[in-house]
Design a protein. Sequence first.
Length: 385
Amino acid sequence: MEKERAYLDHNASAPLLAEAREAVIAALGETGNASAVHREGRARRARIEAARRAVAKLAGADPARIVFTSGASEAAATLLAPRYRMGRGEIRIGRALVAATDHPCLLEGGGFGPERLVRLPVRPDGILDLEALGQALAALDRDEGPPLVACHLANNETGVIQPVEEIARRVHAAGGIFVVDAVQAAGRMPLSIAATGADFLMLSSHKIGGPQGAGAIVCASELLMPAPLIRGGGQEKGHRAGTENVAAIAGFGAAAEVALQRLAGSDGLRRMQERFTAAILEHVPDAVLIGVEAPRLPNTILFAIPGMKAETAQIAFDLAGVALSTGSACSSGRVGDSHVLAAMGLGHLGSALRLSFGFDTGERELAIFARALAGLASRRPGRAA
């Protein structure tokens, strides 16, 4: 008999929602190119535009300012670029500034080489060091062009939420462009591009229960836009060429509708976070809980078990029926320390275990996790008899 399992890795990829699956299947059953003017083409276009409206509503944005991409990494590669357009004119960006705890798709700097990339430190609680940001902006050579600052709204490992409104104020005061990675925040906390102060947001379908292979750039205006990363046809108003992945986009839109509806129940996520935390401390009283001093997403817990490597614990959890991770799934296959922990001054921990869950996570998953953790704790090195 197969062991009962608990999936607690929603920050890597949330389970596909039934509504999203139905939308994908319906779109796959149709024929036509969304750019065609015949009835079949118009039906495909209608699916894309319905999804655009749903994604825009989730992000508190104008549907006309949603650009669909293949995912957030493509969105980051498009936005972290040295060339932008302001109306008919071109803007040359001087340098890119990114937070040291950002996702690798931002941390690597996109189209900016190492000599034009500044990595900003964070405080021990994971919040961006605003004083360091101010100093870095003040030190820039204005003759190089305006700066571009990119930062996550909520960290994918710790769940720590950044003060993006204040960051935006400082960036705009310096004449810069502000890009916010809202991938982990979408569907887990209220989201509005106007409230963040960002010029652009990045979103990902599969983080909110949609299919993999779809993402979006959310724009504050249509006046300022990055140069297209993918050139060709006129899809997405010329901002992203290529025949649209209608099925994935339709699934993205369906997931966005559900995500917006579920936000009213975010208190349930917070209560589940408290119960998982209590289970951790019950079985591992000396566990190190990371990021708890700062505002966090209600679905994320990052913790370390002293004396045990996170990679070893992750394998033990998997064998016991629990799927969780040691950090960003984009770094899977590469054994190494967490750059997030290192940036927070916790490099001595090496890595930690990330537990992330969703609105459908309940007593069953909690019981499986607690049982697995109890077994793991009983085998800890140096445990007293």
